[in-house]
Design a protein around this ligand. Sequence first.
Ligand code: ADP
Ligand code: MG
Length: 573
Amino acid sequence: MADDSTHRRRSRRPTRFPVHFQVAVACREWAHVERLITLNASRGGVFLRSPKSPLVGTPLQLDIELPDGSGLSLAGTVIHVISPEAATSLRVAPGFGVKLDPAHEPDLILLESMARSETAGAAEPALEAQSESDATRDTTDRATSTPVPRTSVAITSSGAPIAVARFGVQPSPEPELPDAPCTSDAVAGIDFGTSYSSIAVVRGAEAVLVRDGAGRLRVPSVVSYAEGGGVLVGWDARARLATDPAHTVSGVKRLLGRRMSERRVADYVAQLPFRALPGPADQVVLEMSGRTISIPQVVAELFRLLRRTAERAAGAAIEEVVLTVPVSFEVGQRNGLRKAAQLAGLRVIGMVDEPAAAALAYGYGHMRNELVLVYDFGGGTFDCTVIDISKNVFRILAAAGDAWLGGDDFDVVLARDSAGGFQREHKIELGRRAASWQRLLLACEAAKCELSQAEAARIAVPHVARTASGPIDLETTLTRARLQSLCGDLVARSLTMVEQSLHGLGLDPETVGQVVVTGGLTRVPMVRAAVAKLLGRALTEVVHPEEAVALGAAVQAGLIARKRHARPTATPP
Ligand code: ADP
Ligand code: MG
């Protein structure tokens, strides 16, 4: 009969996975370490084989570099050491165990899933719930086989390393992670937007946008972290933007995969109502209700919600997705997005630029032959792409984008204007009051949207400030003309990019066959008028401006899945 207490003890331990990592060492306390070739990884910690070990209690930084150049950054402390002598008598491998800091939760989960996949690919089965010494013994046994060098781990004690002994994969300027191969039928496309996100699935030969339980096609890209540990996502979180701005995260797309030392990021962070700080590898992390949260973790909350919604609608598990990205997204941002998807249990089978996705939604399957210009003006980014569609072949001729140009910037300009008037009248600076400022931003956004229908809109924030003589309301009127004079420059910046794209190709606006406009801001009459004037034609709605990107992503996901089915599985004798 199984020993019950042993079983209980074992089941509390995280599952460990033996992995063959190649290791580079930067060390202070154990400068003579020659080789560290294998480590056992779990979410709780790692065991590193080493003939020489640092002292128990040594704080370590582990920068794990994947073969494709992307990386995980973990911190931990040495909690036990098996000396070569002890190792000989115990017949296990010498080395040391490092307990990893749970603040790096997303990276730990990735480390474990990486280890899991390495194990899955190896001849040996994954080790389930084994004890520390079991894990070590397994490592010893494997030492006789030739390690497969795939991943490098750089370890530094806290503080500057004295020497760096590096072998294995050399660091490189972050190459992009490869897409995972498609393995299942239920695939989806996700449009992760600065303001709103949506998911579309493939039904038969069709891409279909998914509605949530309330019939809505999109969810606000907002996540709110409650004091007690609860997390609200989407519409529920958006409702808290005005009431709990310190714990409610929006506009996170602008922080994903970015370094705090980037000037634009630092400026952006300075005006956020929640706490954002530099984390491992200078990546932006958030501090919410005593928790440190990475940006991919925030995005993963959104992805989980979208995934659940799509699974309910599709009646099937969704594990594979195509993600859309702005043209301006760099490798670090794309990798951040992949990380978020992985955290949400999704395999990324492809990434497609947002305008290209919109073009797919417009043109795929319609046997068109034309030159298409996609003008995509969303909440946080502007993208412009010129695409040559020839039946079902899409060739991107030019792509330009600005990750710091979108509807959020309109809202800030409008809010500053209203706040300026309020300050002149009441000598109160609303920009310094987080909750008032958020309420003003929301009111300005609502007025901006209203102006797409009406000539004038009211900006009203009741009780926006309180003085000794009582609460004060902010109330003002925004006209289309005022919007034009305040935000005309932002629109002009987008037009310059369109002009440059066409000019770079040596094309005149008349040669463009179809103009596809997407993104919520293209509902603003002055935006539409400016694009129409530049391109010399009236704009017609050929795709739904807020749905096309997710639909295009699903089209791409369907194509990838279909291609896999078409691939011959066996060679005939
Ligand atoms: P993203 O994809 O970046 O989330 P969207 O394409 O959803 O962005 O566009 C969101 C932006 O469009 C927001 O700034 C929002 O205020 C603005 N927007 C949405 N609807 C309208 C409208 N009817 N008139 C003006 N602006 C709008
Ligand atoms: Mg968008």
